[in-house]
Design a protein around this ligand. Structure first.
Ligand code: TZP
Ligand code: MG
Length: 220
């Protein structure tokens, strides 16, 4: 499994996207965003107009080849078969997906991320061989149809306070203006969709987010 220091570095600025989120070719959005400072990418092909089958796989392969060129890991949202087919670097699952221990058995040492929404869910994850937690939504979001109630940066603080050792990333409505609050509440990084994919200048918007992330020494 990946070590926590490396995992935290990858989480610093995590771009989540699918074709539905992009105004132009998602693979070029990924390239621009990496040039601007994105440290990890998640392919999340979801929603009513999402690509399926071969078209989904083709796009995943194109995004992966951009990521590989820049040595940025690609995480696949909730599709273990696709992850294995294209040999991406990891998988992200939600509470309603296949259980984490079953996914771990199928992916070996690849990165495994899990969404949590409460301190209780984070607590239950401790023994599950998960590499990082996605915590959200922190702020209101329009990018996820079935998003739960936003809980604010306080949720990150609560999860830290119960002693969760896992690297974690905040997600949901995060902008450059909110970056520092999310990190100071305990996140190791920011996960964003629209703050990057909705920008006119992808590279510039990414740079602005990257510059807004404070460097905090948590003694680990
Ligand atoms: N999970 C919780 S909120 C969210 C996901 C996938 C969407 C985040 O998108 P945005 O545009 O950064 O609010
Ligand atoms: Mg899912």
């Amino acid at each position: 499994m990946i070590n926590q220091r490396q995992m935290k570095e990858y989480l610093r600025l995590y771009l989540v996207l699918g074709s539905v989120n992009c105004k132009t070719d998602p693979a070029s959005v990924v390239e621009e965003a990496i040039r601007g400072g994105v440290t990890m990418v998640q392919f999340r092909e979801k929603g009513r107009h999402a690509l399926k089958g071969e078209a989904k796989k083709e796009l995943a392969i194109r995004i992966h080849s951009v990521c590989r060129r820049f040595k940025v890991p690609l995480i696949i949202n909730d599709d273990v078969d696709l992850l294995l087919e294209i040999d991406a670097e990891g998988i992200h699952i939600g509470q309603e997906d296949e259980p984490a221990h079953e996914v771990r058995a199928r992916i070996g040492d690849k990165i495994l991320g899990l969404s949590v929404h409460t301190p209780r869910e984070a607590e239950l994850t401790a023994a599950q061989q998960v590499d990082y937690l996605g915590v959200g939504p922190i702020y209101p979001t329009t990018s996820k149809e079935d998003a739960r109630q936003p809980r604010g940066p306080e949720m990150l603080r609560e999860i830290r306070s119960i002693g969760t050792p896992l690297p974690m990333v905040g997600i949901g409505g995060i902008s450059a203006e909110r970056a520092a609050d999310v990190i100071r509440a305990g996140a190791d990084g920011l996960a964003v969709i629209s703050a990057i994919t909705g920008a006119e200048d992808i590279c510039q918007a990414t740079r602005k987010l990257a510059e807004a992330i404070p460097v905090i020494d948590r003694h680990n």
